[in-house]
Design a protein around this ligand. Structure first.
Ligand code: SAM
Length: 253
């Protein structure tokens, strides 16, 4: 079957890499796991064998019969022919895993962020550059919107970098495995408000935080949460973004 570029199909063919990702997922008997984009089942077969309770989410019409044939008879697998961006999780927590189609990785991560109360941990294969952005600490050049939003809710660990040869067809870029574990205690803020503030803050990275937020934040409000108005947005910590969001929300109320 020819790989479909528009569905981000780069199938894993390297058993060593498949083994590694499964080790990080650590599937256990009866554990509820959702795999996004199972493809031909390279990772799926090992999760299924662990006796985990597995839900597969695959969009490609042509792959559904392949999955039905391989996993249909298994008592612990359910196959859903749907778009992962439409996933609405209830009755969690779930482990959510997958070698993600790179074209939907950012919207999917943001969708999962809004559903974190139904997620225990996520293990994903992503573009290396995206993993670097997710896990970057403040002060690094990769620290940006995705870092703040995901680190607000999850503990992020970057694992192995995977070379293109591990896939068929090989992508043009390196990939990396990332693990995102829901924090037991989260600074409670309105997610849409945080998202909006962070978007505005990183509007122009070379400008100061004061200039990026000129229209919506007073200097005194920045200073109240320990931000120097002359700081660049990438040097402001996640906690400071959270505190600033809370302050702005409280002022509005
Ligand atoms: N897990 C397989 C592997 O590692 O070999 C396939 C990974 S491939 C990078 C991405 C998979 O996601 C493909 O099977 C593709 O059809 C599927 N996919 C693409 N867009 C999707 C979407 N919006 N929702 C669900 N699955 C999607």
């Amino acid at each position: 079957m020819k790989a479909k570029k528009h569905l981000g199909q780069n199938f894993l063919k390297d058993d060593g890499v498949i083994n590694n990702i499964v080790k990080i997922i650590r599937p256990k008997q009866k554990e509820r796991i959702i795999e996004i984009g199972p493809g031909h089942g390279a990772i799926t077969q090992y999760i299924q064998a662990s006796e985990a309770d597995l839900q597969l989410i695959e969009l490609d019409n042509d792959l559904i019969p392949v999955l039905e044939q391989k996993f249909g008879p298994a008592h612990n697998v359910q196959i859903h022919h749907m778009d992962a961006l439409q996933l609405q999780l209830t009755d969690g927590p779930y482990k959510v895993v997958g070698n993600l189609p790179y074209n939907i990785s950012t919207p999917l991560l943001i969708n999962m962020l809004y559903q974190a109360k139904n997620i225990s941990t996520m293990v994903f294969m992503l573009q290396k550059e995206v993993v670097q952005r997710i896990c970057a600490p403040p002060g690094e050049k990769n620290f940006g919107r995705l870092s703040v939003m995901l680190q607000h809710q999850f503990d992020c660990t970057a694992h192995l970098v995977i070379k293109p040869e591990a896939f068929d067809p090989p992508p043009k870029i390196d990939s990396q495995i990332v693990q995102l574990t829901t924090k037991s205690e989260v600074n409670t803020v309105s997610l849409p408000a945080l998202e909006l503030l962070v978007k505005q803050s990183f509007q122009q990275r070379r400008k100061t935080i004061r200039n990026n937020l000129k229209k919506i934040v007073e200097v005194a409000q920045l200073e109240a949460v320990g931000i120097d108005p002359k700081q660049r947005p990438e040097t402001v910590t996640v906690k400071q973004y959270e505190e600033l969001t809370k302050l702005l929300e409280a002022t509005k109320a």
